[in-house]
Design a protein around this ligand. Sequence first.
Ligand code: NAD
Length: 473
Amino acid sequence: MAESFSFFQKVNKDFDRAARFTDYPRGLLEQIKICNSSCHFTFPIKRDDGTIQTIHGWRAEHSHHKLPTKGGIRYSTLVNEDEIMALAALMTYKCALVDVPFGGAKGGIQLDRREYSESELERITRRYTYELIQKNYIGPGVDVPAPDFGTGETEMAWILDTYITMAPDKLNAIACVTGKPIEQNGIHGRKGATGRGVVFGLQEACSFAEDMKPLGLSPGLHGKSIIIQGFGNVGYHAAKFLVEADARVIGVIERNGGIYDPRGFDVEKVAVYLAETGSLRGYPGAELIENPSDGLELACDILIPAALENQLTAENAPGIKAAIVAEAANGPTTLTADEILQKRGTMIIPDTFLNAGGVAVSYFEWLRNLSHVQLGRLGKRFEDQTRHAMRHAIEKATGYKFSEDELGLIHGADEEDLVNSGLQDTMITAYQEIRETRMKYSSENGPVDYRTAAFINAIHRIAQSYIQMGIFP
Ligand code: NAD
């Protein structure tokens, strides 16, 4: 059964469902929902074999209620205007939800990066950046891209280098893009931030015994069985931190097949195998999942789609057995699949919340770039010294000897400690706010789902900022 809504229409349907729980004027809700601006551009590139190809790129800025706007750039054959506007809208709601002061944006280039050489990708990325500069769709106070599907640190470094050569304000130009390599003014912890945020979010969601009981689960991540679809930046890091949190990753699904082992995988070994062979097929000791979409229907406690939108559909939702669907990807669940899963009592932890760790840490990177100082640099040694002085005083006065584990905790915080702590706080606070809203608006007519509760919180925050601007009474 084909879905009758586009991705952007789906996001707007989710918005409308939540808006019914608010009493803001219709005009204000329309203003929040609409995409403020979007741009499609084409440009030629010369391929390595001398042929000329036309490249299609987009950038959408969904909401200018806060500036700069912020959102990733993806390289995928599925990129089109509707997808980019939907993803930009999700960014607006995500930033509002986790209280990061940006409007939402998204960009993309319609290509499969596996079909291009490194130098072709560099030429395309630099030319795309040049188009963004010409159209005023990039700048530290204007619009700040980041990595997304099919892009990473290398592309962000090319974007920075291209922007800096043309930037009027050289001092702050380094804040024009986030997700950069550390050596190019990136921040420690950004690469794994989205995956780590997924795990902080899941840890918090699974910590409430009364929410886990109806799902037939015990509280905590310990021993939970996990299946992950998409083993790229987000999927790999989520898997890595889940195993550190004592969960078992029993299935990994990639585009040309998956692997299954109920004993749980060594995530690092899987990552090395995938990087070396380009596929999970033939991974030693694992059962092959021939058809990737079958993997979504295997029994597990938590299913984590971490690839692309529209993966849980009307066709496969009836077969999905996971008690929790944790949306690490953007828009992985179609409207119909959502209805089927909600009816069955599946807990869906929505993308707007669960993958917000990336933009939260991008915010820290942007702040670091504008302040021109590494987080923690000024205080670290001082903190180290005072804590060790206290430790010696306590040991001397009480005779107590601190253990190795305890000593590990009393060093001064470095940049990654601060980033991870800020990320954890962001995810815990946002989850608790969603949970409170859910309880507040649930009634005898039925519970409000987590996605709707997340949208309600986002709408309130954006509406308040318009009202404070005096635009709406
Ligand atoms: P990525 O390019 O690093 O990895 C994506 C992985 O998914 C790749 O390994 C790819 O082979 C695999 N894949 C593609 N199609 C698949 C399919 N049909 N079935 C199974 N696997 C498939 O991308 P990413 O950065 O990890 O992004 C993944 C999702 O997370 C996207 O929806 C993105 O918008 C979202 N997201 C990413 C970030 C970030 O910081 N990178 C932040 C927030 C949200």
